[in-house]
Write a protein that binds this ligand. Structure first.
Ligand code: SF4
Length: 423
């Protein structure tokens, strides 16, 4: 990488100590057009990890003598097999610490330069339940002038939530934060009957974005409990879906998370036990738990069809198709996304290290030094554009060859609730 110190021309740009602006594109004098910086997200993340407050935007470089404003640390480079790239950051003129941080982040990028293969798992990213939940909020926002409240994160993804917040959605943890008679959307993960009753008491207009596949498990919980079974729910404690489903029959349902929990189970009648599962579990681990349940309760009754949903199963199968041939796997998804976490664990169990990243800015270039083949997937709540962003950033580090490995095609669609359907 060839690094230069330049000045930057940008109207009103003033930077204090510890602040930086990463160029999303850089225009130099004499350039026919600005050069887009593909590695800008990687650089933003690297600088944030070094404690800087980072923004980003297009920058224009001028010779140092022409301006007195911020200093521009700019690098141009042509990675092996790739095309000319740029990486540039503006910092305050006297901020030596920030300048050192930029130089160190650029060295980190330089160490990660190489051509790579990218194995793209398919299916990945949005499922039908997430698509539907987001569309429901968008439609309610378009219908209503008053604030639209959403109980909990509509889906477990920080980018989706931020985007809807910018468009006017107000996310709350509990219904007592919603003014009486306001409109509230229930998230894709479902709610317990207690929450529905609380909404009725507050006379809220409820739009339910619960995924129909979660609703199916709720219905099974009511039915199995109603026939007198102890219903063992295999899931993760504290997850919203678990709380909602257990709330259907709190006196007759018990939660197990592992084979060890099965061994400790006490039930009133071992001949009347059935099980249900959270929709986003690891298929292989859940099979082990069900096997342990069958051994303890030979008369165990199962749901009519799998509760682990098609989207979870498909994304795990697709991950298997790429993990074994990858040096490193990236799973795009948020930390509270259950199905994304299961993808990370599955890759690790397959012997390939995996990193959960919210977006490309969370890719640490040091992970990439030895990685000639990168597997890439996204959890069911992660927007597809974030996967594209990761691919683009990798392309800023050298030529990439992208191979998509599709294990199946998805064509599932769920109808919208009547309240938001177009008239
Ligand atoms: S992951 Fe499965 S259960 Fe969850 S919203 Fe998507 S389709 Fe529905």
């Amino acid at each position: 990488m060839h690094t230069e110190i330049l000045a930057v021309r940008a109207a009103g740009l003033s930077l204090g100590h510890g602040q930086a602006v990463v160029a999303t594109s850089l225009e130099r004098q004499g350039d026919a057009r600005p050069l887009r910086s593909r590695v800008a997200p990687l650089l933003q993340g690297a600088l944030r990890r070094r404690g800087l407050v980072v923004q980003s935007g297009p920058l224009q470089a001028v010779p140092p003598s022409d301006a007195k404003g911020p200093v521009l640390v700019a690098a141009t480079y042509t990675p092996h097999g790739g095309t000319e790239q740029t990486a540039a950051v503006a910092v305050a003129p006297q901020d030596r610490a920030a300048r050192a941080a930029v130089q160190s982040a650029l060295r980190e990028l330089e160490d990660a330069l190489r051509s790579r293969a990218v194995l793209l798992a398919s299916p990945r990213s949005f499922c039908a339940g997430v698509d539907r939940a987001i569309e429901i909020v968008e439609r309610v926002l378009a219908q209503e002038d008053a604030p639209v409240y959403v109980r909990k994160q509509i889906v477990h993804n920080v980018h989706v939530v931020r985007d809807l917040e910018r468009r006017g959605a107000v996310f709350v943890d509990e219904l007592d934060e919603v003014p009486p008679a306001a409109t509230v959307v229930f998230s894709a993960h479902g709610v317990s009957p207690d929450v529905r009753a609380a909404a009725d008491r507050r006379e809220l207009r409820v739009i339910d974005a619960t995924c129909p596949l979660v609703t199916k498990v709720h219905a099974e919980a009511r039915r199995f409990a109603g026939r007198g079974d102890t219903v063992v729910f295999i899931g993760h404690a504290g997850h919203e879906e678990t709380e909602g489903t257990l709330g259907e029959a709190p006196d007759r349902m018990v939660l197990v998370e592992s084979v060890a929990d099965v061994a400790a189970l006490q039930v009133p009648d071992p001949t009347r036990v059935s099980y249900l599962t959270q929709t986003t579990l690891a298929v292989d681990e859940t099979t082990e738990v069900i096997k342990a349940l069958r051994e303890r309760f030979p008369a165990l009754r199962a749901p009519h069809s799998e509760d682990i949903c098609y989207a979870t199963t498909n994304r795990q199968e697709a991950l298997r198709a790429v993990a074994a041939d990858s040096d490193l796997v990236f799973v795009v998804g948020s930390v509270n996304s259950s199905n994304s976490q299961r993808l990370v664990e599955l890759s690790t169990r397959q012997g390939t290290p995996a990193q959960l990243i919210d977006d490309a800015s969370e890719v640490d270039p040091r992970w990439l030094r030895e990685a000639a083949t990168v597997g890439l997937t996204a959890g069911a709540s992660a927007p597809p554009r974030l996967v594209e962003q990761v691919i683009d950033s990798l392309a800023g580090l050298g030529a990439i060859h992208v191979e998509e490995r599709e294990v199946t095609q998805e064509n599932v669609q769920f109808a919208l609730p009547r309240a938001v359907r177009a008239k």
